[in-house]
Design a protein around this ligand. Structure first.
Ligand code: MRU
Length: 352
């Protein structure tokens, strides 16, 4: 199996965050360096890096870099500036809980900030490394568990947005079982829905799967119904930006519609995500904050005017799929089935 791309890593000299600029894919594979928390915040807002786990990892790395950058300040100035940078990074995007989770973990590691730059920076670097290593391991485990849900000897899969290596520190979440199945020589046909308006499906999922030699066919967002109706999809699998206590799941807008379609056609609908995506403190999906994107991403996507320049646009970036439409949630801890109580208590029900 080809090694999937590394979305986030340290720069060669270890002083900066090194990411693939995902806004340039698939035309250009170019890495950029983020040398401060502010640069990381901008990269996250501009979606140069995106995907729930990946933005959490970038925030963690950037806060370690920021501690070194602020090392010249006396203790109080260092503590105030670093805490403010953490607050701004945490707010860069609202829906994916992994971002807040990673920043909170870094804040915990930084305490007490009054220890001063050198000690704090050391603890932050170790914690950022741990967050990346854990995410990589979680992706692998998710893939191993979810592999049991992939039909043999061949499977036809529909996925939405990008929940692959580009969105994580490892082999992805929804794409993890597909990488493992392909690596084991199984035959796969993946359908990647385009994912309007920023095209994470066609630009990113299709790019990383075809790079790995996995057969992938791009469909526009409205083709899922046709594929399901004609019996071309064995299961649907997506990632998640936040899964709350009852199993309601926020993911890229369009996911909810696919879940409704899958249920109508009797096709299993799966969500794959690490524990860092589970928000046990929120009871149901109605409380998940949904990011709305700039109208021009829809009106003039990638620079071409495709709508009246001032036409109003409704552009939620995510939607909520109710738990009742989800057949299984796969985390690194196993396969969880409705009513998903084990997601919070730690036990799997009816898992493979
Ligand atoms: O707006 P994006 O591209 O950050 O949205 C990403 C998604 O919705 C992914 O499906 C989700 O974060 C899961 S990533 C493993």
């Amino acid at each position: 199996m080809i090694r999937p791309p590394e979305a986030v890593r340290w720069s060669a000299d270890g002083s900066a965050v090194d990411i693939i600029d995902q806004t340039l894919l698939p035309a250009t594979e170019q890495r950029i360096l983020l040398r401060s928390a502010a640069e990381a915040e901008t990269a996250i807002r501009e979606m140069r890096v995106r995907g729930a786990p990946a933005i959490g990892i970038v925030a963690a790395f950037a806060l370690a870099v920021e501690a070194v950058r602020l090392a010249g300040h006396e203790r109080e100035g260092f503590a105030t500036r670093w805490a403010a940078a953490a607050e701004r990074l945490r707010a860069a995007r609202p829906t994916a809980i992994n971002l807040a989770w990673a920043v909170d973990r870094m804040r915990e590691a930084a305490r007490p900030l009054e220890d001063g730059p050198a000690l704090v920076a050391e603890r932050l670097r170790a914690t950022a490394d741990a967050i990346l290593a854990e995410d990589r391991a979680m992706c692998q485990r998710i893939g191993e568990h979810a592999l049991a849900l992939v039909p043999e000897p061949q499977a036809r899969v529909l996925t939405h947005c990008n929940a692959g290596a580009l969105a994580t520190g490892g082999i992805g979440t929804a794409l993890a079982p597909l990488y493992l199945a392909a690596g084991a020589g199984r035959s796969l046909q993946v359908f990647a829905s385009e994912t309007r308006p920023l095209l994470q499906g066609s630009r990113l999922t299709a790019w990383e799967l075809s790079r790995a030699g996995i057969a992938v066919t791009i469909v526009t967002d409205s083709v899922g119904a046709v594929l399901m109706r004609e019996g071309s999809v064995d299961f649907v699998i997506v990632g998640a930006d936040r899964i709350v206590a009852n199993g309601d799941t926020a993911n890229k807008v369009g996911t909810y519609g696919l879940a409704v379609l899958a249920r109508h056609h009797g096709i299993p609908f799966y969500v794959a995500a690490p524990s860092s995506t589970v928000d046990a403190g929120t009871a149901d999906g109605s409380a998940i904050p949904i990011e709305h994107r700039d109208a021009d991403e829809v009106r003039r996507g990638f620079g071409l005017l495709t709508a009246p320049a001032d036409a109003p646009v409704f552009a939620p970036a995510f939607d909520i799929t109710p738990a009742s439409l989800i057949d299984a949630i796969i985390t690194e801890r196993g396969i969880f089935r409705p009513p998903f109580t084990g997601l919070v208590t730690g036990t799997t029900r009816g898992g493979a």
